[in-house]
Design a protein around this ligand. Structure first.
Ligand SMILES: [Zn+2]
Length: 108
């Protein structure tokens, strides 16, 4: 059984940071494009990159939230695919990890 109190604190900090990043990206995207058409092209490219980042942040938020849900229902630290314990070192590096290293390798 991993130290869920420590994992929870880390996940909550991670979630707060991700939500702040998401808000920042949303605010950037909400800014109107400039009237200058040459600049607009650059801004649109920037927006596409931002949208990509936004999608990534959203996926990370979802996996952190799922990890917090697993802590709440007592299944944290078990691989969601095979049910084996996830190695402590792996949880240390990625507290939001849902798969053991073997399943993660297969999923790639
Ligand atoms: Zn597994």
């Amino acid at each position: 059984m991993p130290d869920t109190a420590a994992a929870k604190a880390r996940l909550e900090a991670q979630l707060a940071e991700l939500l702040a990043r998401q808000a920042h990206i949303a605010a950037d995207l909400a800014e109107p494009l400039s009237a200058d058409s040459a600049e607009q092209a650059t801004e649109k490219e920037g927006e596409v990159a931002l949208e990509g980042q936004g999608a990534l942040v959203e996926r990370e938020i979802a996996s952190v939230r799922r990890a917090l849900a697993r802590i709440a229902d007592g299944t944290y630290g078990e691989c969601v695919r095979c049910g084996e314990d996830i190695a402590p070192g792996r949880l240390e590096a990625r507290p939001e990890a849902a798969l053991c290293i073997d399943c993660a390798r297969q999923a790639e």
